[in-house]
Design a protein around this ligand. Structure first.
Ligand code: ZN
Length: 312
């Protein structure tokens, strides 16, 4: 019975069009976890800095001005700011997109292939592009650490950090699998087609991007805020911060990316995964077992990074 219900929900989800922000859930959950572990001082400084973004970036106006208490609106603003980098993709605002959208910043291509016996091995002859998420996180961190930089530019850098710390924990943002059909790599699973009928989960990359929406169902009466809170809480309960302290590796962005690369090699492409069909429920479970601790780490790492950058 439960399985039938879940499958029905999955179908509903796939048919639901653009009613809710699809890629946003993961970023907002990471930020929601981070917010919980940020000091009051860090929170205040982060909000103030985001508010000093240039007006053409449409970042500061993500802070709602309704009658809800200020702390509630500020927390929501922080969550929304983590999705700002994806908003900049919108082609309807071409000048804004031209100025702020940076496609190569969102990922790094570590090229690898399966040996004939199935063992993954790196393609040492294929190098990641010089502009990538690891390099960019380093530069953004330096910019944030430098108070002499213009505040408006540091605000943009901060929004990027909120986003990219999330992205680097999605295994397929750190992987380019090389096969006979994808000799230049599969672009983080984007070339591994699952569905051609126009459903939201088109390929392996979008499956992983949307793993939270495939795992949690927002109840009709549940606000977006309550939905995000519920997911974040479930993740934190399963992976408490105290138990992940030794894994934080502050500032070691290349190591973070290699964790995603390792997950991509070990968990993303089981031999029984088929192209041109939705993965079975056992694949969804397998993916969530990998994604859940990664999302927890992303939240804890983001909090640690911001607390460090905004201390005193
Ligand atoms: Zn992204």
């Amino acid at each position: 019975m439960r399985r039938i219900f879940k499958q029905a929900m999955l179908v509903l989800f796939l048919l639901s069009g653009s009613t809710y922000a699809w890629n946003d859930t993961g970023h907002k959950v990471v930020s929601r976890i981070a917010w919980e572990y940020m000091t009051p001082q860090t929170r205040a400084k982060v909000i103030a800095l985001l508010m000093s973004a240039p007006s053409d970036a449409d970042l500061a106006n993500l802070l709602a001005t309704d009658a809800r208490p200020q702390p509630v609106r500020e927390r929501e603003f922080f969550l929304r700011a983590s999705t700002w980098a994806d908003m900049m993709r919108d082609g309807k605002f071409s000048a804004r997109r031209e100025k702020y959208h940076q496609s190569p910043w969102h990922y790094i291509n570590f090229f690898w292939e399966s040996a004939p016996d199935g063992t993954p091995r790196d393609r040492a002859d294929m190098k990641a592009e010089p502009e990538n998420i690891v390099v960019r996180l380093q530069l953004l961190q330096s910019m944030l650490a430098d108070a002499s930089q213009e505040q408006s530019q540091r605000a943009i850098a901060l929004a990027w950090v909120l986003h990219l710390v999330g992205d680097i924990h999605q295994p397929l943002h750190n992987s380019a699998r090389v096969t006979a059909t994808e000799p230049e790599g599969d672009r983080g699973g984007n070339l591994f087609t699952l569905d051609t009928t126009g459903a939201r989960v088109r390929n392996l990359h979008s499956f992983w991007d949307g793993i939270l929406n495939l795992t949690f169902n927002q109840k009709p009466v549940e606000s977006d805020e309550a939905f995000i809170n519920r997911i974040a809480q479930s993740i934190v309960v399963h992976h408490p911060q105290a138990k992940m302290q030794s894994r934080l590796k502050p500032g070691e962005f290349a190591a973070w990316a290699r964790e995603g690369d390792a997950s991509a090699k070990s968990a993303v492409y089981p031999s029984w995964l088929r192209r041109y069909e939705m993965p079975p429920e056992k694949y969804r479970k397998r993916a969530y077992r990998v994604a859940e601790p990664a999302l927890a780490l992303a939240g804890y790492r983001l909090a640690e990074m911001l607390n460090r950058l905004f201390a005193s």
